[in-house]
Write a protein that binds this ligand. Structure first.
Ligand SMILES: [Zn+2]
Ligand SMILES: [Zn+2]
Length: 260
């Protein structure tokens, strides 16, 4: 059965590029049979303003209030956890630890879209073109994040392919670095559903999930999860055969009962 009954990668309108009501995401997920669900909006970060990439820090309390409310309201129907999708950077470690230890959030997933060690308003990784130095920098931060123990899994670990038009030797090296660390740290890697389905017109770079990456992930037998990365409630549908084809083709170790 080509269905997922869990999804821990769900955004809200607060990030500035998603839309719909929080409750409608939950209702849509229930409708397609999801039993274990997580909100993981792009982390609001103190002192950082990235208008169309993440919600302002001032929206954090509202996000937490709304998602915790839904967690309670739907507790007999679906197990909801409250989380954030966040970048690794040493400057945010204490902030993340506080959010987790105070139980404001239940979990973090690692989505390394930006490198905040370089700037308060860094360029999105996918906007670096053919930049090998940036590729290795991405891998370095991703690996530090994996080693930090702060994150439950790595969202779209193959995001870096969007820097390139063609797969190359460096892509292969970096993929192996990431997969090796995933195995060492027992941290699952996510097959991301959003990009391939919704970034359609004229996208002329490689896109994720990237076959070459997942072939390597199969060889390393990394633990694999899938995530809708929903930016609208309607993105929860069962038209996701490509995920299961990838799992089948590369004999990926999919954690079907994945639970946070
Ligand atoms: Zn997003
Ligand atoms: Zn996401």
């Amino acid at each position: 059965m080509n269905k997922l009954d869990y999804c821990y990668h769900t955004h809200t309108y607060r990030c500035g590029h998603a839309s719909g009501e929080d409750e409608d995401y939950v209702k849509s997920a229930i409708k397609i049979g999801i039993k274990r669900f997580g909100f993981s909006d792009h982390a609001m970060l103190p002192g950082i303003k990235q208008v169309h990439s993440r919600g302002d820090y001032s929206l954090l309390d509202d996000y937490l209030a709304s998602t915790h409310h839904l967690k309670e309201k739907y507790k007999d129907t679906i197990a909801i956890k409250v989380g954030l999708e966040a970048e690794y950077s040493e400057r945010f470690i204490d902030y993340y630890k506080d959010l987790l230890s105070s139980k404001a959030i239940d979990f973090l997933i690692l989505g390394q879209h930006f490198n905040f060690d370089k700037s308060d308003n860094p360029k999105y990784i996918k906007n670096f073109r053919d930049d090998i130095e940036e590729l290795y920098s991405y891998a370095d931060y991703l690996i530090r994040g994996m080693r930090s123990g702060l994150f439950k899994y790595v969202a779209h670990p193959d995001l870096f392919v969007t820097m390139f038009k063609k797969w190359n030797k460096d892509c292969e090296i970096v993929s192996k670095m990431i997969c090796e660390e995933a195995v060492k740290n027992h941290i699952p890697l996510e097959i991301n559903i959003h990009a391939k389905k919704y970034w359609k017109d004229g996208y002329e770079r490689l896109i994720y999930p990237c076959e070459e990456f997942w072939k390597i992930a199969g060889e390393y037998q990394v633990e694999v999860v899938a995530g809708y990365d929903a930016h609208h409630p309607s993105e929860f549908d069962n038209d996701i055969d490509f995920v299961f084809e990838l799992i089948e083709k590369y004999q990926l170790n999919h954690l079907e009962d994945y639970t946070i």
